[in-house]
Write a protein that binds this ligand. Sequence first.
Ligand SMILES: [Zn+2]
Length: 496
Amino acid sequence: MRIATLGLFHEANTFSPIKADRDLYAHGGVLHGEEIVLEHGDASTTMGGFLAAGTTPDVEVVPLLFAYINPIGPIVADVFEDLLGEMLDDLDKYGPWDAVLLALHGAAVAEHTPDADGEIAARVRQRLGRDVVIGATFDLHANLSTRLIDALDVATVYQTNPHVDAHERARKCADLVISAARGEIRPRPALVPLPLVVNITRQDTSEEPMAGLMATASAIANRPGMLDASLIQGFPYADVPHMGMSAMAIHDGDDVAARQAATELADAIWAVRTDLQARGLTPDEALDIAGRAPVGPVVLLDVGDNIGGGAPGDSTVLLAAAQHRGIGSFLQALCDPEAVTTCMAAGTGATVRTTVGARQPHSPGHPVRVEGTVRLISDGRYEDGTPTHGGFRFFDMGRTVVLDTTDGHTLVLTSKQVLCSSLQQHRSLGIEPTDYHVVVAKGVNSPRAAYGRIARRMLTVDTEGITAMGIERFDYQHRRTPLYPFEDAEFGGGNR
Ligand SMILES: [Zn+2]
């Protein structure tokens, strides 16, 4: 059995003014063939799970193309068309195929097509026809459309947040696809969209109400005749009609049973919709609590500057507040290539007076004036073999500088945005995060797997920015109405 695997992984924050262009894709990585194996063969990513299915007897998994970038604005139209065109050409060139495995995020938006994942799946289906089994694995933050699921035979979705099951869910998808291609099962997926947005800070799957909902999904998936079930959290910072939560179930052979199962899960989600909303601490409230905490580290989750949600990673809101309050013992990474250049020019051990952060037009806060000593200069590459959000193993911050300021702050100034999902971001530079009283992590869920291991307390801070937790602050033009919590919405009975 020959299975092609390929994908385009993009989470679009449509409120970001920075488009996903050719340069950013070149930066993030457009991998071909063996390059995919080198990067993902040992990784716990979706692609890693797909490749692992190649150890199944009589199954060959052939990696073709995988394009990845960090979350950012929509994909430039011709860049999307070129990448998708290359994917389709590769399928032609190296086929024929018994099956295809797509590594998609599920919240991709291109300038000319709001449902970019649906477009990819539909065009792959069109190219290969109905006889080829097509499966895809999605991030839990997918905004899934009916068009997308209609184009697929099998779809699985990460069921953990932070996402530590990408490999497992991809492997499940691959196993179902292999069984379907062998004629052993007839997967029938059904998607039930909900008129509901879950707040970004209520998505941790180890906490209620998500933990209970995930248990419901798992119980449904394990019933006789069922092949899988997924809760989908959705990605609220994409202003598209299909933005929101959904429920999915796959039955072996029965469309009606699949729909009933997905509806049951959707009903369970809808029943707790008020618990899926939240308000966070203001920066002042959070720093008050951190300042009073007898022991650290207190980890502040900078929600508004969530790199994993498409934010610039250079907000100075918390840094400025900490400086203003005279909080010493403070550690934070900031993406600021300009400050890196300044510090590198001064050299290791030099004293530098400069401003840091808030350089982008959509950066929250203002550049902050600092004086400090350049502790070290690094190439910014590190590796983390422990479970991290999304299963990534290799990280690249670009040229990186550690600056110890006269305020008692340690700033890790990076040239590229990197998810704050690994303690190795600091430890690879000789910084021990547990030595600090306050540590800022830019993110909501992605830092939890790593920072949960060291935090005496973790506080969710409602900072400003294009990933702010208060979604009522955003000017949506294309979302559905009614959509809870923006409006009262109805779900269930005849309203589905
Ligand atoms: Zn996600």
